[in-house]
Design a protein around this ligand. Sequence first.
Ligand SMILES: Cc1cc2nc3c(=O)[nH]c(=O)nc-3n(C[C@H](O)[C@H](O)[C@H](O)COP(=O)(O)O)c2cc1C
Length: 207
Amino acid sequence: MPKLLHLSCSPRPDSESSAGARIFIDGFRQVHPDWDIDIMDLWRERMPEFAGPILEAKYARMNGQGFDDQRAGFAEAESMALRLSLADRVLISTPMWNFGIPYKLKQFVDIIVQPGLTFRFNPSQGYIPLLKDRPTLVIIASGSDFSTGMNRGRIDMATPYLREILRFIGINDVRFVAIGPTTGPRQPIEAARGRTSKRLVAMAASF
Ligand SMILES: Cc1cc2nc3c(=O)[nH]c(=O)nc-3n(C[C@H](O)[C@H](O)[C@H](O)COP(=O)(O)O)c2cc1C
């Protein structure tokens, strides 16, 4: 059964990025009723701290050494990376936090971006991605409005960061939908919600 993996990255019950993801998934299910939708809620998922054996495993790999007690740590990274690599489509819904991504999403990235898992290094060719490309949608909710420039001095480092790290592991077919402003006066918030939900419904039909 083909699979859509949803990385859900907001801990808020009334999250705007999660609401956007629900609109998208509802539309997607109508077009793909037979697909498996695997939801990975990064605030509920058991993710290892990136220290100890899992960190040592990365250094062992980078230095071309074998494993001894790092093997169990690497196996945890492997099972998370596998969940991503087996997905035919990927949806990431995330808040913008302090110009970037929430630390749970960064923790997920640190776990799965490992040599031999999602990339490899070759001295003559440099870094080589190991995942196959696949359609990916990133929904980012932010207090500021990054589509009309009403960001009042805050910048968006989440979009370029996610674009680069996904490209690094092989995922280039990435579309971004920004939901914002999500804080401040009601009218612009509602306008942003309306604008993005229309876009998400349209995208779900052809994703
Ligand atoms: C810790 C924290 C940091 C934030 N940093 C930013 C920021 O740098 N830029 C911005 O536009 N909004 C920022 N916000 C506002 C959130 O991006 C906004 O509330 C968004 O809707 C959160 O996504 P969610 O509704 O899916 O949880 C921040 C909110 C929190 C809680």
